[in-house]
Write a protein that binds this ligand. Structure first.
Ligand code: G
Ligand code: G
Ligand code: MN
Ligand code: NA
Length: 259
């Protein structure tokens, strides 16, 4: 209740910001992407984790506002970094199942991309990826596929987040205009200690590879996990081993160091 009331004003008060967690190519160690993650710092108080405030946003009808706010911030950051001559990698934005259903989503993203560019050159959709969970395909699968196809037309790719933890009817995967599967942290955390977890992770990577998806491992915390994933053929990874989520100015400094 208290959080619900505070959240209603949080956007205008500028309390919602975005941090960036790097994704690295496992073969080279190079910075190959980033995931944008929303953060809420209550004025002068504790940070509220997204696992708490995202569901509240969904319950009280603020999820579209959160999604738009994050998308706007991300594109503004990318645009500013490019204007400085930096080369930010593709940034992934989490889109909740509710927000993904919004028929206005694609036009909203297209408009923001146009605004975020320079007058001479719009920002291409290739700058952006969306992360959706398997729950986005429950119900009106045709609409979901159509949304992905329209996003694809403006260059925006999609990744399936938390893959393997949700509604995993493999039949829906086959014809999906999606580029990437993200292996959930639950499967990654055990791979260096638990034979079963390692086999599941190997299988997801092999499945992805057979069906033409790139795979990204989440929550990589040890060198051994990274080595096992690389050996399995997983292309990208993110996790505390490489970097925590970074404030925009810290991520910018990283881009500058890499330039
Ligand atoms: O950053 P953290 O691991 O605490 O994030 C927890 C969860 O909150 C993640 O699963 C992530 O997908 C979700 N999340 C973070 N930022 C956003 C956002 O901007 N929009 C949506 N819909 N979910 C987010
Ligand atoms: O739900 P989603 O996977 O979109 O969100 C990723 C969340 O996982 C973020 O909130 C991020 O802070 C968290 N995270 C990122 N890397 C690690 C990690 O290496 N270990 C753990 N425990 N959490 C991580
Ligand atoms: Mn995610
Ligand atoms: Na995830």
């Amino acid at each position: 209740r208290r959080l619900e009331r505070a959240l209603r004003g949080a956007f205008e008060r500028g309390e919602i910001h975005v941090v960036y967690q790097p994704k690295v190519c496992l073969q080279t160690g190079a910075l190959c992407g980033a995931e944008a993650l929303a953060r809420w710092r209550l004025r002068g108080q504790e940070e509220v984790p997204p696992a708490e405030f995202v569901p509240i946003c969904e319950d009280i009808g603020l999820i579209d506002e959160l999604g738009r706010h994050v998308m706007r911030r991300v594109l503004a950051d990318i645009s500013a970094w490019r204007a400085e001559g930096l080369a930010p990698p593709k940034v992934a934005v989490n889109v909740s199942a509710r927000q993904f259903q919004d028929p206005g989503l694609v036009n909203f993203v297209a408009d923001l991309l146009a605004e975020a560019g320079t007058p001479e050159k719009a920002l291409g959709g290739e700058a952006l990826e969306i992360e959706i969970t398997e729950s986005a395909f429950i119900g009106d699968t045709r609409h979901a596929v159509e949304q992905l196809r329209r996003l694809g037309e403006i260059g925006v790719t999609a990744a399936i987040d938390d893959f393997g933890t949700g509604y995993s009817a493999l039949s829906y995967l086959r014809n999906l205009p999606v580029a990437t599967l993200k292996i959930d942290r639950a499967f990654v955390s055990g791979i260096d200690t638990d034979e079963g977890a390692r086999r599941i992770a190997d299988t997801i990577v092999a499945l992805g590879s057979r069906l033409g998806f790139e795979t990204v491992a989440e929550g990589v915390e040890t060198e051994r996990q990274a080595a096992l994933l690389a050996a399995a053929g997983c292309q990208l990874a993110q996790g505390y081993l490489f970097s925590r989520p970074l404030a925009p100015e810290v991520f910018r400094a990283k881009l500058q160091a890499a330039a």
